[in-house]
Write a protein that binds this ligand. Structure first.
Ligand code: PXP
Length: 239
């Protein structure tokens, strides 16, 4: 059986906690449940505005739970420092806008080669695997490869938005073609954003898919069925 890894993004466990400024729901408890119910890694997006995940979440999950941590972060000097301090197992560089509700598309890489190359080199030097969140476009994938990234996380937002519409097949094909290129460049293939229990299977079956990072749909379902069941169900769907 092919093993597609599942990264479970727990940002919105922290969103709920921040709503009351209290200790619960606790991200450490969430991480324990994720690892115990089929999640291969815990994903956290430490935003520059710290709207959900805090530095202390990263620190506590790192020290209090055994398991892989995948950090999503903006490609800035501040965030590079944070990553080098807490040493997640892997990092995904993402674009970040101050007022966006969630990440809007892949990284714009044009004109940022020296800066990004340096961040990727420093993170890699510390033993952290680096992926770049990219739209399923050959230019972006090649650029990330040339900057030294180990992996590409294909942005699935457009595919997710097209679900049930005519455009869906075209968006899936774009992801498949982009996946071929990523593998041709001998990189790890990841995907994520907007994936849910209905639209995930075709993406999980893309040739060479190594890992899917999923948050909102799992945490939303967890409200009704519990996190253990929500993670287990998603894990079964992607195998
Ligand atoms: N991948 C990346 C790079 C992201 O920024 C996010 C959102 O934090 C996700 C995956 C997960 O998206 P969703 O919460 O829609 O599943």
């Amino acid at each position: 059986m092919r093993h597609v890894k599942l990264g479970v993004n727990i940002d919105h466990v922290a969103t709920l906690r921040q709503a009351r400024g209290e200790k619960n729901p606790d991200t450490v408890e969430a991480a324990r449940v994720v690892y115990g119910s089929g999640g291969d890694m815990v994903v956290m997006h430490l935003r520059q505005d710290r709207r959900h995940i805090q530095d202390s979440d990263l620190e506590r999950v790192r020290h209090e739970v055994k398991g892989l941590i995948h950090l999503e972060m903006a490609a800035t000097a501040e965030m590079e420092k944070v990553a080098l301090k807490y040493k997640p197992d892997s990092v995904c560089l993402v674009p970040e806008g101050p007022r966006e509700l969630t990440t809007q598309g892949g990284m714009k890489l044009d004109g940022r080669k020296p800066e990004l190359e340096k961040i990727i080199k420093n993170l890699s030097g510390a033993g952290i695997e680096v992926s770049v969140f990219a739209d399923p476009e050959p230019g972006a994938i090649r650029a990330a490869h040339n900057m030294g990234a180990d992996a590409i996380e294909l942005c699935t937002s457009k595919y997710s938005e097209a679900w049930g519409k005519k455009l869906q097949a075209k968006e899936l094909e774009k992801l498949q073609l982009a996946g071929f290129l990523v593998k041709e460049l001998d990189m790890e293939l990841h995907a994520g954003h907007g994936l849910d229990y209905y639209n995930v299977a075709p993406v999980a079956r893309i040739e060479g898919m190594d890992c899917l990072n999923i948050g909102f749909s799992i945490i939303s379902r967890a409200v009704f069925v519990g996190l253990k069941t929500a993670v287990g169900e998603m894990k079964r769907l992607i195998q």
